[in-house]
Write a protein that binds this ligand. Sequence first.
Ligand SMILES: Cc1ncc(COP(=O)(O)O)c(C=O)c1O
Length: 161
Amino acid sequence: MKSFNPPSRTLMGPGPSDVHPRILNAMAKTTIGHLDPAFIDMMDEIKEMLQYAFMTENALTMPISAPGSAGMEACFVNLVEPGDKVIVCINGVFGSRMKENVTRIGGQAIIIEDDWGAPVSPQKLEQCLTENPDTKIVAFVHAETSTGALSDAKLLCEDCQ
Ligand SMILES: Cc1ncc(COP(=O)(O)O)c(C=O)c1O
C-alpha cells in the first residue's frame, strides 16, 4: 500500500465535492479491463486504503461503483431476509429510504421517528429494543445529509449490545 498522510480528523461530507485535477487527469487516461492484473492490484490497494479510512480489518471492505443509494441497498439486500424484524430510525429522507428497502425485501420494519434535523434518540432505541427483543437489525443514518443532523453512532451501537 502506498503511504499517505491523512489529516488527523477526516470528515466526510455529502458533497457535491470538487474533483481534484489529479483525479480528473487520471480519468482521462486509457481504460484497462476488469480482469487485467493491473486492475486486480489496484483494487487490492483501494480495498486496503478503505480499510484504513474506515478503521476496520474486515476483508469484505470494498468500493461500490454506484451512487450512495446503491451502497445502502447492497447492505440491506445482503442482511435482511423476508420476515426479519428491522428497527429503522427515521429522522430525515434517508431514514425513510431505509424503510423502503426493508419493506421491499419483505422485512418487518419497526419505525422509530425523530424530528427532521434532530439526532436519532438513543433512549427511544433502547426502549424499542426492550419491546422487540427478537430484532435482527437496527438501522440508523449516522449523518442524515438531508438535514445535516449527526447522530451519536457510539451511543446507538451501545444500545444494541
Ligand atoms: C445519508 C445519505 N446521504 C446521501 C446519500 C446519497 O445518495 P445518492 O448518491 O444515491 O444520491 C445517501 C444514499 O443512500 C445517504 O444514505
